[in-house]
Structures are given as C-alpha cells and as structure tokens.
Write a protein of this length. Sequence first.
Length: 373
Amino acid sequence: MTTLAQAAICRGKGEPFAIEDVRLDDLRPDELLVRIVACGICHTDLAVRDGQLPVPVPIVLGHEGAGIVEDVGADVTVAKPGDRVLMSFNSCGTCPNCASGAPTYCHDFSAHNWSGTRIDGSSTLFIGDAPLNGNFFGQSAFATHAIAHQRNVIRVPDSAAAIPLERLAPLGCGLMTGAGAVLRSMNVMPGQSIAVFGTGTVGIAAVMAARIVGADPIIAIDVNDERLALAKDLGATHVFNARSDAIEKVRQLCPAGLGYVLDTTGINSVIEGAFALLAPKGKLGMVGASDPGDMLAFNEAQFMGMGRTVMGILGGDSDIGPFVCELIEHHVAGRFPFERLIAYFDLADINDAVHASESGRIVKSVLRMSAEH
C-alpha cells in the first residue's frame, strides 16, 4: 500500500525546515503505520540539525510522536489499527542491555535510531523514487504519517482515554528523560537534596519527579527567571539564577553537600562546578547534549575518596512502555502536570516553533499534524 505524507525535512545547520511531499515504504512484519496527530520538538532534534550528532542529512526528524495506528505488519502485537499510541526510541531487543531491561543503552542504539535507515540499510522514506533519510528514533514523526516499530510504540492506556494525544506526545523523550533520571537512573530518595541545572523540558520534568518522591530541598538553577518561576510552581523549593553566584548559594543552603545533582545543560564548566557540590556518596547525572569534543576534569581524590558517582543518562533508563505508562498515571493523578510546559504549533509553522523553543520563550513546543478524530 502506497502511503503519501507531508514531512518537515531538515537539511542541516543554518537551513530552515522545509515541508515537502514524501512517500512511505511498505511495512515490514514488525512495523506499524501511524497517522501522526502531534510531535514534540526536542533538543536532540536541534542537535542533529546543528551537526552535534552523527546523523545524516537531509532527514526527517521528530521522535516524540503520538498518533493513531492505521496499519500493522504481520508480527506486530503491541497495537492494532485504531489504537492511540505514543512513540519513543528504538532498540534491537536482543543485546545484553535490551535483554536486561535497559534498552536506552542498546548495543546497536545508533544503527536503530541515528543511521537514517532501517537496520538492514533500507529506507522508510522517499521523495519520488529517491531514498530520503528517515527512521529517526525508529519513527521520523515530523510528518503527517510515520513508520514505527514493535519495540518503540506504546499503546495509550485506557486510564488516559480523555487526555488528548497532542498533550501526551512529549512523554516519548524529554519528559521521560528528566523524570526517569530522578525516579530510575539516580533513584533519588525521599528527604534527600537535589539540584537541577537547566529548567527546560528535561529539567522541569526532573523537578516534578523530585517532588513526587519527596526530595528536599529541590533546587533549580537557570539563567531564565520565567522558567525558574515555573520550576518553583511545579515543585522546586529553591530557585537560583546562575548569573547571581548560584553555586555559592547552593553551598550556603546545603553546607554538607548535595545528595544528587542533575545537569541538563551539557556545559562542561557547569558540570564541573556541580560535581564540587556533591556530598560524600553523592550522585551526578548528566543528560545534556555536549559537543563531541568536550572533556571533563574532576579531582581524582574527591571522586574516589568521597565515593561520588558520575553517570551518563540516556532516556531516563526507561524501558519505554511500563515507565511511560507510569508517568501517565502520575499525570492522571495530578502529580505530573507537564501540560503547563506546552505550547502548540501547526506543522507548517515548525520554524516558528523551533525559534520559540530556542529563544526560551516556550519550554516545550509541540507540533500538530492532524485532528485526533
């Protein structure tokens, strides 16, 4: 069956996204055809545009897709036509990490998510008869339709039937990463202190998750006062502007050091300063997209002698379906009010949506592709 779609094509740094007609390939047995209702714009999409990740261009990006299943391959069991679904990252399902429930660290993560093709090198997208890079995070959801996979699709639970897909879309990456960093990767304990550097989508998701587990104090640090105010509304007990000696203010608030620090900025000087704030046995989690050439320097005696942990975090250590459904339940119960971060844009206005995110005016831009019903 030939499926035609419109998609936002990324041609690299300095180039605007361009809406063009594309054709989707026929489904393989483990694939699903999804009509996209909405897709969040994530910092990772923009990191690809700017050449920070080894992803080929031109390409259709988008990896926080939400939509309605229109067709499925013969081996698909995760959803059926008509189901409301969310999409996230893809993985092989057979390597040691996938087999142990840690698919964010799939041994073949790059091939399944960043290669621009399926794992066998075939294309999921075409312009006319010419192959176009796609299959980004197993979806390429900056489009009206996308091909997804058995391993990266989550059926929306019935408990969330009244919640629109356009709201749920960002759960597939940014919200999952920030909340998972707190709830899973670092396993933040009640009553323990945490500082979150950066109050974008990932950072504020981490703040909300820290409130869910009862961390105290919960400190948010950024240069944007409006975002800091929102972080305080959503769970931060203290907020400090990074331009006003925030590190010293954290030391005064927590003289014994911090139990946990999460960096979402990817700035090495910020990460090194955050490391110095850790208490003995403290944990530093890193989720920011750094330049590939950046290096970090820590004092070895403080690192080893104080039993500190420094961890890289991908996708909040999520196993996709179970954790996203857990976050949906927190949202249904009012504990994870991420809708306050979102502003909506039509697909045709993708460049305005990107500018709104990059300027700091909007925390989370979400593209609308079609009506849900």
